[in-house]
Write a protein that binds this ligand. Structure first.
Ligand code: MF3
Ligand code: CO
Length: 249
């Protein structure tokens, strides 16, 4: 069942979503050569404690032990903070969910460490564009897979591939609600979109092949071929005026 949100519920999701994006933008400045990924987690945790406004949504979710996901290079999603030291040329996806007054917001972005290859730059650019192509389709009267198709078409047109195993999702009083929002699909198919629906749209795009596997830690997805992967995510509400990006600063 897809839960339709009231305007006042959407305002709570907006606060959670803005806090999630603010966290990412704050952490982005620390993504520099020489920092350990666990330090990003520690900075994140300190900021949550200091601001006292939100709770971390991921910590404890299905037993996930951190506030933050930090996925480096071939890591697609659910990278676990640890002793890995970032180096020039890495690409780093940070993903953070926040809970405010019983409602969730979810956001992610991918950032370069110093100078990266032109192809890697293109991957980041195209993945962010994929997110916005998907958002454009997130409007009343459209079908769910119009979003999916727009993302897939843009990624594949650039010669990249779409991860199938992880998808976007409805979001609200739970972090993950129906429907699943795949990053691939057929235009004109899927349920009809209605105002009051709220989705986390999160394309995960690989430079090489689309297949992924899970690392020994049981969480982290990596590309099977070792190619780079990027991830951008926003939380979006469908209003009578079209898509509204709740996580926009
Ligand atoms: N944004 C990701 C998602 O919606 C991150 C979830 S991390 C988890 O699936 F720990 F909560 F699983
Ligand atoms: Co999400």
């Amino acid at each position: 069942m897809i839960i339709i949100k009231t305007p006042s519920e959407i305002e709570k999701i907006r606060i959670a979503s803005i806090c999630a994006m603010e966290m990412l933008l704050f952490l982005k400045d620390y993504i520099k050569e020489g920092i350990k990924t666990i330090e990003l987690e520690m900075i994140c945790e300190e900021k949550i404690k200091k601001d006292k406004k939100i709770k971390a949504a991921f910590k404890g979710y299905n037993g996930y032990p951190f506030c933050l996901c930090v996925s480096v290079n071939d890591e697609v999603v659910h990278g676990m903070p640890g002793d890995r030291v970032l180096k020039e040329g890495d690409i780093v996806s940070i993903d953070f969910g926040a809970r405010y007054d019983g409602f969730y917001g979810d956001a992610a972005l991918t950032e370069a460490v110093g100078v990266i290859s032109d192809r890697a730059k293109m991957l980041l650019k195209v993945t962010e564009e994929c997110l916005y192509r998907g958002i454009e389709q997130t409007r009343e009267g459209n079908r769910l897979y119009d979003i999916s198709y727009a993302i897939q078409n843009h990624a594949e047109s650039a010669g990249f591939s779409v991860v199938r195993e992880f998808v976007g999702h409805g979001i609200g009083a739970s972090l993950h609600e129906e429907p699943q929002v795949p990053n691939y699909g057929e235009k004109g198919k899927g349920i009809r979109l209605k105002r009051g629906m709220v989705f986390a749209i999160e394309p995960m795009i690989n430079m090489g092949r689309s297949e992924v596997m899970i690392k020994e830690n049981g969480w982290t997805a990596v590309t099977k071929d070792g190619s780079l992967s990027a991830h951008f995510e926003h939380t979006i509400a469908i209003t009578d005026k079209g898509p509204e990006v709740l996580s926009k600063i």
